[in-house]
Design a protein around this ligand. Sequence first.
Ligand SMILES: Nc1ncnc2c1ncn2[C@@H]1O[C@H](COP(=O)(O)OP(=O)(O)OP(=O)(O)O)[C@@H](O)[C@H]1O
Ligand SMILES: [Mg+2]
Length: 246
Amino acid sequence: MERNRIKLEFLVHDLKVPLAVIEAGLLSLLQKADKYGPLTEKQIKVLERALRNTIVTRTLVSDALELGRSSAGIINKNNFSAARFIAETLIEVFDLTDQALADEIREQRSLSDLKNVLARRGIFLEIPEELWNGEICLDESKVRQIFRNLLNNALKYRKSRVALNVAARDRHFCLSVSDDGEGIPSSYHRKIFECYFQMDMQTDHCVRGHGLGLAGVQVLLEDMGGELALESDMGKGATFTVKIPL
Ligand SMILES: Nc1ncnc2c1ncn2[C@@H]1O[C@H](COP(=O)(O)OP(=O)(O)OP(=O)(O)O)[C@@H](O)[C@H]1O
Ligand SMILES: [Mg+2]
């Protein structure tokens, strides 16, 4: 790794500690009223927003480090529970956008309850019961990052529906994320995987992205020997399907 890259990564790395201190401080104020004194509704709102954004920043920092780790070719395979992986990734995503849903997901114990909670918000999860109760052996944080980015895109661009299909087939882990949004014309199917590329759309999304998500997904997939297929056209929504050898 060249010296400048190391310096940059070291800097990003060292952001973790002050961020953790900020997060812990905000959490204490929110959760330990007996120790720090009661809060007004307005103070709680401000602190909660600060906390949410600290969590966003923490996620960004770990994403940046994960990408660095990935380009150094480091893979950490481990066995992890499919159910926990899916629930935790969903919570991570909705903690930033829909805290009520994140809380509801946290409370669900069975697959069918989780499906129902999600379906009420237009998110349709399909996964065989056997896989839900089983384990997956892959680099969990990489797979999680891939899932998170595809899901964030689908939620950002959907009209009303998102479909998630998770399966283990022919010794591959398969994950597909579909939405019913404007879709992507085939002339852009390559370009959207380039760093910093974003299609010019007249969207009113207040949180603009960086055009880095899909480029990152691609790098992580290459590291794991996986592949990605995109099915989409203008006005027809988009389906991103990921296949990773187990
Ligand atoms: N599900 C989707 N439907 C329609 N367009 C999409 C979808 N996913 C990605 N795109 C297009 O591809 C571009 C690149 O996506 P990518 O995830 O790399 O960046 P981003 O979402 O804009 O920003 P971020 O870096 O926060 O992920 C998007 O800006 C958008 O134009
Ligand atoms: Mg994105």
